[in-house]
Design a protein around this ligand. Structure first.
Ligand code: NDP
Length: 293
């Protein structure tokens, strides 16, 4: 199998380099690659890459993920998150390649308290969400065989993440405040990458949109408490100065982009299609902590 991986150095892209490696020949690119164009703002170059490399599968882990910045730069967000995936889908359709792409619970409006299913009405609250939704629609319109995984609250070992921030703050501040009215499931980039590899090996090909997040639900506040409790167990020698972690509503942390309160994703469609059981969110977070501490 020939696989073209875009966005190789992002959280998910990094893990995909690992999980896709045993499946065949992988050409992994980022926006600065020179052998082939891997820049999602360069639409013609991107289409040329697919045409020249002739992959069986394109896995697109590249995205404009700066949620707040997208409010003041919606054009670039749209270019990278909507137009580029559409171009990829057209290029894949032309050569009969499959496209695997990642999207987000931010396509929903965050209302209610039940997990979103794939067919629920969308209604993004911010520019990033609108650009990701446009990407989903563009991919479907161009007709490539595709799988789109909508996920939530992604963390990886590379770069910054919520757990690392909590660990740092716990060593700097006596009092921390954390949002307790947004609900979702922290999902490891490694899990996303592993399920992507399983998808490529599935005897019955998957098609369309699938929700993919770790099992269970939490808030950022409970997530922070879990991280701190586990960290104290794993590394008691760290200088934890924090005495109080206080729950606060989203309104205490105003940001340029509005965040959805309900990020719960129902993943039954995927679990059934792949005959798998997604692990509880704590499993991946505990592994992350064991790695970084
Ligand atoms: P990251 O921000 O870690 O990675 C995105 C990658 O895309 C980065 O390596 C970035 O490169 C690259 N990129 C940005 N612009 C371009 C461009 N013009 N051309 C090529 N590459 C570009 O994101 P994640 O790995 O966390 O996200 C993977 C997918 O999951 C995305 O589709 C995202 O929308 C989705 N998702 C993410 C969530 C999250 O919480 N992070 C939640 C839900 C969905 P550079 O760093 O050099 O800019």
């Amino acid at each position: 199998m020939k696989i073209l991986l875009l966005g190789k150095n992002g959280q998910v892209g990094w893990e995909l380099q690992r999980s896709l490696a045993p499946l065949g020949e992988v050409l992994a690119l980022d926006q600065h690659s020179t052998s082939y164009c891997g820049d999602l703002t360069h639409l013609e170059g991107l289409a040329d890459t697919v045409r020249l490399f002739k992959p069986n599968v394109v896995v697109n882990a590249a995205a404009y993920t700066a949620v707040d910045k997208a409010e003041t730069d919606p054009e670039t967000a749209h270019l990278v998150n909507a137009l580029a995936p559409e171009v990829l889908s057209r290029a894949c359709a032309a050569i009969g390649a499959r496209l695997i792409h990642y999207s987000t619970d931010y396509v929903f409006d965050g209302s209610g308290q039940t997990p979103w299913v794939e067919t629920d009405a969308t209604g993004p609250l911010n520019a990033y969400g609108r650009s990701k939704l446009a990407g989903e629609l563009g991919i479907a319109k161009q007709g490539a065989q595709h799988v789109i995984f909508r996920t939530s609250w992604v963390y990886g070992t590379e770069g910054g993440n919520f757990a690392k921030t909590m660990l740092r703050l716990a060593q700097e501040r006596e009092k921390m405040t954390v949002i307790n009215d947004q609900f979702g499931a922290p999902t490891g980039a490694a899990l996303l990458a592993d399920v992507t590899a399983l998808t490529l090996q599935a005897p019955q090909p998957l098609s369309g949109i699938y929700h993919l997040a770790a099992a269970g639900v939490t808030t950022w506040f409970d997530y922070a408490n879990h991280v701190l409790a586990k960290a104290k167990q794993l590394k008691p020698s760290l200088n934890y100065v924090v005495k109080e972690v206080l729950p606060v509503p989203t309104s205490e942390f105003p940001t340029p982009a509005q965040r959805p309160l309900n990020s719960r994703l129902h993943c039954g469609r995927l679990e059934q299609a792949l005959q798998l059981q997604l692990p509880p969110w704590q499993t991946g977070v505990d592994q992350l902590l064991a790695k970084i501490l």
